[in-house]
Ligand binder design. Structure first.
Ligand SMILES: *Cc1c(COP(=O)(O)O)cnc(C)c1O
Length: 224
């Protein structure tokens, strides 16, 4: 895949190990056929932004006898409380947790099925553009409270940079997220050190990698 080659060559120039970067193929608005193509090309992480749509593809792949265990499903869009039950059932990682209320509902549903739900905290690193996400200065407080829930594990932070003509404009937001995670770990905000920085999309993943991203969420650059 062209994208993987690009990520590898960029990593080489930065002295980073490409193996530490997970590419999540965001397949929203794409059919199951296209999802199967990227799986066949070696991608194992699939991202969706709506629970309903993800569920359809999940079920369709299951009826095709696709080896579902080999797929890691990521929820990357805003999650409503009434969809949490289904989300917890199918997603390996929910990247968009931005409130205690949502975390509590996830915890409750995960407890019901004896699951420890892996999540990330979505941080609103910019004033404009994104509607969702917790403010950077409120992140520690949220993380502290979520840490007390038994059926949730926080594996890192996620952010969406504002839409921009020039991908370089995303840099300060990516840097902000990286600094926040470093600060969290330095201050031992949690009993372990979450490591995942989910940042960078089709237009700005190069800049995100330069700023330390180790999880990319890519739609168009894979499917178009
Ligand atoms: C759609 C989407 C992406 C991928 O966007 P592209 O620009 O197509 O790469 C990444 N993250 C989220 C949250 C999305 O909704």
């Amino acid at each position: 895949m062209r994208l993987e080659a690009e990520v590898a060559s960029l990593c080489a120039s930065l002295g980073r190990n490409p193996q530490e970067i997970t590419i999540v193929a965001v397949s929203k608005n794409r059919g199951v056929g296209e999802v199967r193509e990227v799986l066949a090309a070696g991608i194992s992480d699939i991202g969706e932004n709506r629970v309903q749509e993800a569920l359809l593809k999940y079920n369709e792949l299951r009826t095709m006898n696709h080896e579902l265990r080999t797929i890691k499903w990521h929820m990357v869009g805003h999650l409503q409380s009434n969809k949490v039950k289904d989300a917890v059932r199918i997603f390996d990682l929910i990247q968009s947790v931005d409130s205690l209320r949502l975390a509590e509902e996830i915890d409750k549903q995960a407890a019901r099925i004896n699951k420890i739900q892996d999540v990330m905290i979505e941080v609103k690193t910019s004033e404009e553009a994104t509607k969702f996400g917790i403010a950077p200065d409120k992140t520690f407080e949220l993380v502290n409270k979520i840490q007390q829930l038994k059926n949730i594990k926080i594996s890192g932070l996620m952010t969406i940079a504002p839409l921009a003509e020039d991908p370089q404009e995303g840099r300060p937001y990516f840097r902000r997220l990286r600094d926040l995670l470093e600060e969290m770990n330095e201050l031992r905000a949690m009993s372990y050190e979450p490591r995942t920085l989910s940042m960078g999309m089709s237009d700005d993943y190069r800049v995100a990698i330069e700023e330390g991203a180790n999880m990319l969420r890519i739609g168009r650059a894979i499917f178009e």
